[in-house]
Design a protein around this ligand. Structure first.
Ligand SMILES: [Zn+2]
Length: 318
């Protein structure tokens, strides 16, 4: 089976419930209608949109407010430069503009994007007042803690600058320990979708009841979780109330192929809902040294899909 844009639901059965995409980037409100058209095709009816205040208000003016929860990106340069004041101002802005969540991104590359000159850790004391304020305002966080394991063996060889992946996870654990009321979605399966990392992820979910994870981004998730389908299926069934469906799709950023939205949603739905074996990922995965990435479906039961696709996000955001 191959993906075809003119048969976008090929290989998929009837959807058991609506889908809430809990992690979507909207950079330009004008690009939303094209995205929405494809989201509808796949049954994706609600979204948690990471969007700037002007984009958020443009979508609200177009009558889309009831389809969205919104997250505000906290400035990555302020984290890189340990700028507590700037971060607190951004948290105030999130409250002022009625955001439902704040987003933070700590892919180690952010230190280069921001020309960081001082050592970084998520758990630095300079950030503690920021997490305290977020906790006081009962704003949940959407947090990207670390990158794929393979990037640490290829891109992030300067451990002093980038830290190890385990360092980053441990710093996040420290923050969770200090802020027990902080509700968090740790994106990309907690940055730990590699099957070898699942015991660590399980211990985090067991120890921190306010911690959730999402299923963004498509190729990282499908490549890694698809390596050990039996074990991963058991993990997901066990933690089915703590996992939110998410794409990490970027709307209105750069030139994207016509099939961009459809291929991501098709791939994820095929992966969660069916038992396909070795179906080619319908877009490039430059992280896969072995060449092609294949979709090996998990064939989750409908009641589990209902939690991942809809109920967990509904409970989290309402
Ligand atoms: Zn993202």
């Amino acid at each position: 089976m191959r993906f075809h844009l003119d048969r976008p639901l090929q290989g998929l059965d009837v959807l058991p419930c609506k889908i809430w995409d809990a992690h979507l980037h909207i950079w330009d409100a004008n690009a939303f209608s094209e995205f929405e058209k494809w989201a509808d095709v796949y049954g994706v009816q609600r979204y948690t949109g990471i969007a700037a205040p002007d984009v958020k208000s443009a979508l609200e003016q177009r009558g889309k407010a009831n389809k969205f929860s919104f997250a505000l990106y906290l400035p990555i340069d302020a984290f890189a430069h340990h700028d507590t004041k700037k971060l607190l101002t951004a948290v105030e802005e999130a409250r002022k503009y009625n955001y439902d969540m704040v987003k933070m991104w700590f892919g180690p590359r952010f230190l280069d994007f921001s020309n960081a000159s001082t050592p970084f850790a998520i758990s630095l004391p300079e950030f503690d007042p920021v997490f305290t304020r977020i906790e006081d305002y009962e704003l949940p966080i959407d947090i990207h803690v670390a990158d794929p394991d393979i990037w640490y063996t290829r891109k992030y060889l300067n451990v002093k600058r980038y830290r190890t992946k385990r360092n980053a996870i441990d710093e996040f654990i420290t923050v969770l320990g200090r802020h027990p009321r902080l509700r968090a979605i740790s994106v990309h399966f907690g940055s730990l979708p590699e099957p070898e990392n699942l015991p660590l992820l399980a211990s985090l979910l067991d120890n921190y009841s306010n911690l959730y994870i999402d299923t963004a981004s498509t190729k990282w998730i499908v490549r890694e979780l698809g390596r050990e389908t039996q074990r991963v299926r058991k993990f997901i069934v066990k933690y089915q109330k703590r996992i939110l469906f998410a794409s990490d799709i970027s709307v209105g950023w750069g030139d994207k192929a016509e099939s961009y939205y459809a291929t991501r949603y098709w791939t994820q739905r095929l992966f969660w809902e069916t038992a396909v074996k070795n179906t080619a990922l319908p877009f490039a995965d430059e992280d896969n040294e072995k060449g092609l990435t294949f979709i090996n479906g998990l064939n989750l039961p409908p009641r589990v899909l209902e939690n991942l696709y809809w109920k967990n996000a509904l409970h989290f955001f309402q």
